[in-house]
Design a binder for this molecule. Structure first.
Ligand code: NDP
Length: 444
């Protein structure tokens, strides 16, 4: 049987006009799962694909709040509850001015497969708001978060939907939202992950996505006879994922020479000094350009062209579509042989195709950055059991999960005749588990 993938894609574009990021994510997944659908025609006949591409529920709501000047501001909030076939919806909240339905849907869609790959019982969802926390006072962020949760709390719950952080949502925002949820519902429950230590948070959650990215990339390198030792690594971003990817890569002997933010990037040939980045970003909430004040031999370059810096391994950890085909060509020309996606969809589909055509090992986001959500699921387990595991316990579970995710991608890529194509392997392994569950549960 030959499956007409284009038909599904055309339908998605027609039903979801103007949502470019969602179309992009769907296209990439459909291309990979075509051989699965040929092997298992029951998934085509039972409409699994159509249902898989349509969120179970999409919620959009007004978020009114009052700024420090007493002026009323109005933002738009989102929660897309995409698929709960294998567990409660799980996925982060993004606060960034670029947020609109298409971004939340692409993230929610990717999250279904990512969560499936973790081997843990969590479905896929995502949410956020077009609110920009940058430049806002703590009091403004608190009032905004309280308003956001006042509406969101109607749709979530520890067995229904468990949001977490993402871009613009860190410990401070999770704290304000958790407080408001608890006040309204009058219950102390694991409804959000990324909570603080001492009130339900898990040790190692802060580090999990960055560490997990490096564990996954380590396995990918190992499978191809390579390692991080003495390799030049370029990281985009200097937020949560970037910081802990940098720390773990350095611990494996890598020379991380670049980190960035949305204004520019730092090149430090002697190796990025992480304590300076952490102070600027985690304490002062400042700009990465400040780095050179402490380290005058480093160089600050304004703009986003981080991928022109020569490296062996690239770890994009900022945002989507960070590496386009041109950047991919520059990376390959400069000798880059491995890419571990820390951000969600940081490479365009054209960039991924180019990398694969040149034999570059690509660790796709939905597998390589799944450590964050996996550890969130471990936080949910600890909350349900009313127990707290040590940092080492959580970290070793994370390492084991990332290793098993790599093995699942590797095995699926071989089973379907695309050895070394971990992008396809991740899509196939993630999809198969969800499709089996949907098939077993009937037409719902
Ligand atoms: P943070 O908000 O902590 O950091 C984001 C970083 O990316 C900042 O350095 C930011 O710079 C930079 N950035 C954001 N937007 C742009 C842009 N348009 N152009 C260039 N740089 C940009 O977010 P996280 O580290 O948590 O998330 C980074 C990525 O990882 C996202 O794609 C997220 O979805 C993904 N991810 C995060 C997980 C987590 O656990 N945190 C889990 C799985 C995936 P600036 O400060 O200037 O805005």
């Amino acid at each position: 049987m030959s499956v007409n993938i284009q038909k599904y894609l055309d339908e998605v574009k027609k039903r979801n006009p103007g949502e470019a990021e969602f179309h992009q994510a769907v296209e990439e997944v459909l291309e990979s799962i075509a051989p699965v659908l040929e092997k298992y025609p029951q998934y085509v006949e039972s409409g699994i694909v159509e249902r898989f591409l349509e969120p179970e529920r999409q919620i959009m709501f007004r978020v009114p709040w009052v700024d420090d000047n007493g002026k009323v501001q109005v933002n738009r909030g989102f929660r897309v509850q995409f698929n709960s076939a294998i567990g409660p919806y799980k996925g982060g909240l993004r606060f960034h001015p670029s947020v609109y339905l298409g971004i939340i849907k692409f993230l929610g869609f990717e999250q279904i497969l990512k969560n499936s790959l973790t081997t843990l019982p969590i479905g896929g969802g995502k949410g956020g708001c077009d609110f920009d926390p940058k430049g806002k006072s703590d009091a403004e962020v608190m009032r905004f978060c309280q308003s956001f949760m006042t509406e969101l709390c109607k749709y979530i719950g520890p067995n229904t939907d468990v949001p977490a952080g993402d871009i613009g949502v860190g410990g401070r925002e999770i704290g304000f939202m958790y407080g408001q949820y608890r006040r309204i519902q009058n219950e102390f429950t694991g409804v959000l992950t990324g909570k603080g230590i001492g009130w339900g948070g898990s040790l190692a959650r802060t580090q999990a996505t960055g560490y997990g990215l490096v564990y996954y990339t380590r396995e990918m390198l190992k499978a191809n006879g390579k390692s991080f030792k003495d390799q030049r690594v370029v990281i985009s971003g200097s937020g949560n994922v970037a910081i802990y990817a940098c720390e773990k890569a350095q611990s494996y002997g890598a020379n991380v020479i670049v980190v960035s933010d949305s204004n520019g990037y730092i090149i430090d040939e002697d190796g990025i000094k992480l304590e300076t980045v952490q102070r600027i970003k985690e304490v002062e909430r400042g700009r990465i350009s400040d780095y050179v004040k402490d380290h005058p031999t480093a160089k600050y370059v304004p703009g986003l062209d981080v991928w022109s810096v020569k490296c062996d391994i690239a770890l994009p950890c900022a945002t989507q579509n960070d590496i386009n085909e041109d950047s991919a060509k520059k990376l390959v020309a400069n000798g880059c042989y491995a890419v571990g996606e820390g951000a969600n969809m940081p490479c365009t589909n054209e960039a991924v195709k180019y990398f694969l055509s040149k034999g570059v090992h690509v660790g796709p986001a939905k597998a390589a950055n799944a450590g964050g959500v996996a550890t969130s699921a471990l936080e949910m387990s600890q909350n349900s059991m009313r127990l707290e595991w040590t940092f080492e316990e959580v970290d070793s579970k994370l390492d084991a999960i990332m290793t098993s995710i790599f093995e699942a991608c590797d095995t699926a890529s071989k089973e379907f005749g695309m050895p070394g194509n971990y992008v396809a392997g991740a899509n196939i392994a993630g999809f198969l588990k969800v499709a089996k569950a949907m098939y077993a549960q009937g037409v719902i």
